[in-house]
Design a protein around this ligand. Structure first.
Ligand SMILES: [Cu+2]
Length: 419
């Protein structure tokens, strides 16, 4: 009794702690994107210009998710190359439905093969609210052999009732399906019923008779002939005929009822990357370290402006986090209103000098990206990685507001003492 009391107290305590943890950290209800290794999040797919057109939708209402991503040149050795990728949205369960998806304007129903490193791609996802609730939704690129690589997650509120969800489809031969959710389910269940009944009949047919011991004794006495009677053989043959007739009959019936059947498309598509941007600034990392007590990344990089306009560093983005140089022209508009605010560093990006980089000029610039987000987003485990490198995108802006971007990355060292 004492033991049971102890156990139930412990159980109540655990439950209480769980509830507390849930209340205290709301974003912990998201789906574990922070537990992904930093090398996956900073050196593979870098999402940018991601926009969600709505934050609240009704059940059945569509919303659109657009954006771009750069496949990093310094792709980690431990991660499979993007040879087969599939584009979709990430949600905690089937809370939303994908209506349409495009990669560089091409329908993305199937996987794409051989995406190119160092190049940019543009995506568009049209989704539809399915189950009411507040869901964390991400754009998602699944890379075969590596897993899901997600973009910035936004909370989308789906309102209404689950029962109202319909997925109306017109097939290629003009037939109207009122709700794809339940289409064909009753027929599938009927077939399950038929096969289960046949299997149960066959099992029971043998089980109702004296089973193991009497049959073993008969076998020992050399009376094998009494084990299987003529009736058993007749029933077995009839059952065999019924099974074959049902299988072939069902097939012929389905062929007749649905003469045009398109199989699921399994091949991959090819898509060209977006045209290469001109006038890029060349960025070479000379030194990078992460100041552990200060939660700040310091990078010294040699930058060469190959363009024809003077440019200023606008933003450093990595793993969907954004560090904006507040003094750059257009910095106030760099992050759109629909971008998840929990991914924007409040401290912004500090620079050793704010002078624009002139055309043809090469200069060493020191950057500081300092924010608790490094810890919150669990990006500091790169310090214990066997491949201690960081990666990200550096955005530049000229005086007319034109933006260009360059990949930045390299080895990084931790600093455990205050600088
Ligand atoms: Cu999430």
């Amino acid at each position: 009794m004492y033991f049971i009391q102890k156990i139930s107290k412990l159980f109540a305590l655990c439950l209480g702690l769980l509830v507390l943890a849930g209340v205290a950290t709301e974003s912990a209800w998201a789906h574990g994107e922070r537990s992904q290794e930093p090398y996956l999040r900073t050196r593979t797919v870098q999402y940018y210009d991601v926009h969600y057109d709505k934050k609240t939708v009704k059940v059945n209402e569509e919303f659109t998710l657009i954006g771009k991503f750069r496949l990093m040149e310094d792709w980690p050795d431990a991660v499979s190359l993007p040879d087969t990728v599939f584009l979709s949205a990430y949600a905690p369960g089937p809370m939303i439905t994908r209506v349409e998806s495009y990669l560089n304007g091409m329908p993305a129903r199937q996987s794409f093969s051989k995406l190119e490193l160092g190049r940019d791609y543009e995506f568009k996802l049209v989704m539809k609210g399915r189950i009411p609730g507040r869901h964390h939704i991400h754009p998602l690129l699944s890379v075969k052999g590596s897993g899901p690589l997600v973009g910035p997650g936004q909370w989308i509120e789906v309102t209404g009732t689950k029962g109202d969800f319909v997925q109306k489809v017109t097939t290629m031969n003009g037939a109207e399906i009122e709700n794809l959710e339940y289409y064909g389910i009753s027929r599938a269940l009927k077939w399950y019923g038929v096969w289960l009944a046949l299997a149960a009949f066959w099992l029971l047919f043998w089980l109702v008779r004296p089973l193991l011991l009497p049959r073993w004794i008969a076998l020992n006495k050399g009376r094998e002939d009494v084990l299987i009677t003529n009736r058993d053989i007749t029933v077995g043959v009839i059952l065999g005929v019924v099974v074959v007739a049902l299988s072939f009959g069902g097939y012929i019936y389905a062929k007749h009822e649905y003469p045009y059947v398109v199989p699921l498309q399994a091949g991959t598509n090819k898509v060209d990357p977006l045209p290469k941007a001109k006038g890029d600034v060349e960025v070479k990392v000379l030194k990078a370290n992460y100041d552990v007590p200060g939660r700040a990344m310091h990078v010294v990089a040699r930058m060469t402006n190959h363009g024809s306009e003077p440019v200023t560093i606008l933003e450093f983005a990595t793993a969907n986090l954004r560090f904006v140089n507040q003094q750059a022209p257009g910095a106030d508009k760099a992050v759109s209103a629909d971008y998840p605010r929990d991914l924007v560093a409040r401290g912004g990006l500090g620079l050793s000098d704010q002078k624009p980089l002139m055309p043809g000029e090469t200069r060493d610039i020191k950057m500081e990206a300092s924010d608790a987000l490094w810890e919150v987003e669990r990006l500091v485990s790169f310090l214990t990685d066997v491949d201690s490198k960081f990666g990200g995108l550096l955005f530049f802006v000229d005086k007319s507001g034109n933006r260009s971007l360059s990949e930045i990355g390299g080895p990084i060292l931790p600093t455990f003492t205050a600088l």
